[in-house]
Ligand binder design. Structure first.
Ligand code: ZN
Length: 245
């Protein structure tokens, strides 16, 4: 059957058989894309979740991971990148323009979109140890609309700035997208992220994501978001912000 088969362990199978699975949730979702002969991990979650992540990888019978794609450089998405690279010898893919941050162990800017998250982002600027991560080097630097065919997956990277200046999304077979923090899935129908460096850019990125045929959007935090919910929220947000695109 074409389309998605949603099972209890959060597995999505595209019409040509690529499996997209949520390995762990917790602080941050980590996804696994399995194609014919390739395993790709998306994001890594925090150090505290590292053991859970390794257990989930083993429980899925995965012994080889070829690539780690990082949606954006925030500590809760990259904290285990160095360890995973050492353990599996995988190659790390990031947005080309974010590379300079890695040499100084920096996060991309964290900016709240409400009073509470603005305060949290102030704390992270003040207490930098809260957002530290083990340093690592990237192997594949991508620019907008990078095709994933070379990695063995029918898909592409879409540049989706807004949450951070260098955020990217992964579009798989034009059916399912892994979007990092460009969408937020923790509260039903409240998909606007609590942090965004540039809100106008973010809504433009929402539009770019909706230009694809993707039916299901998988966020960095929380549960999957349907196209229907996403379209409604896009129209609402565009209007409330007075944006004309
Ligand atoms: Zn983030």
């Amino acid at each position: 059957m074409a389309g998605f088969k949603k099972s209890l362990n959060k597995e999505y199978v595209t019409s040509t058989g690529t499996v997209v699975k949520r390995l762990i949730s917790g602080r941050c979702n980590v996804y696994l894309i399995s194609g014919n002969s390739v395993n790709i991990i998306i994001d890594t979650s925090t150090k505290r979740n590292y053991k859970d992540l390794l257990q989930a990888i083993d429980a899925n019978g995965i012994s080889r991971i070829d690539y780690l794609i990082i949606t954006h450089l925030h500590f809760d998405h990259i904290a285990n990148a160095a360890e995973l690279k050492k353990r599996y010898g995988l190659k790390i893919l990031i947005n080309k323009n974010a590379e300079s941050l890695l040499s100084d162990n920096l996060n991309e800017k964290i900016a709240g979109t409400n009073i509470f998250t603005s305060f949290i982002s102030f704390l992270t600027r003040t207490f930098k140890s809260l957002i530290s991560y083990s340093s690592f080097e990237a192997d594949i630097l991508v620019e907008n609309n990078f095709l994933l065919d070379n990695l063995g997956i029918n898909g592409m990277i879409l540049f989706t700035p807004g949450h951070t200046p260098h955020s990217i999304s992964i579009i798989i077979e034009n059916e399912v997208a892994i979007v990092g923090d460009t969408l937020f899935g923790v509260f039903k129908d409240k998909i606007f992220p609590p942090y965004a460096e540039d809100v106008t850019e973010l809504i433009k990125s929402w539009k770019a994501l909706l230009k694809t045929d993707v039916k299901l959007f998988l966020p960095g935090h929380g549960l999957e978001i349907s196209r229907d919910t996403f379209e409604k929220e896009f129209i609402k947000k565009r209007e409330s912000l007075g944006l004309r695109f």
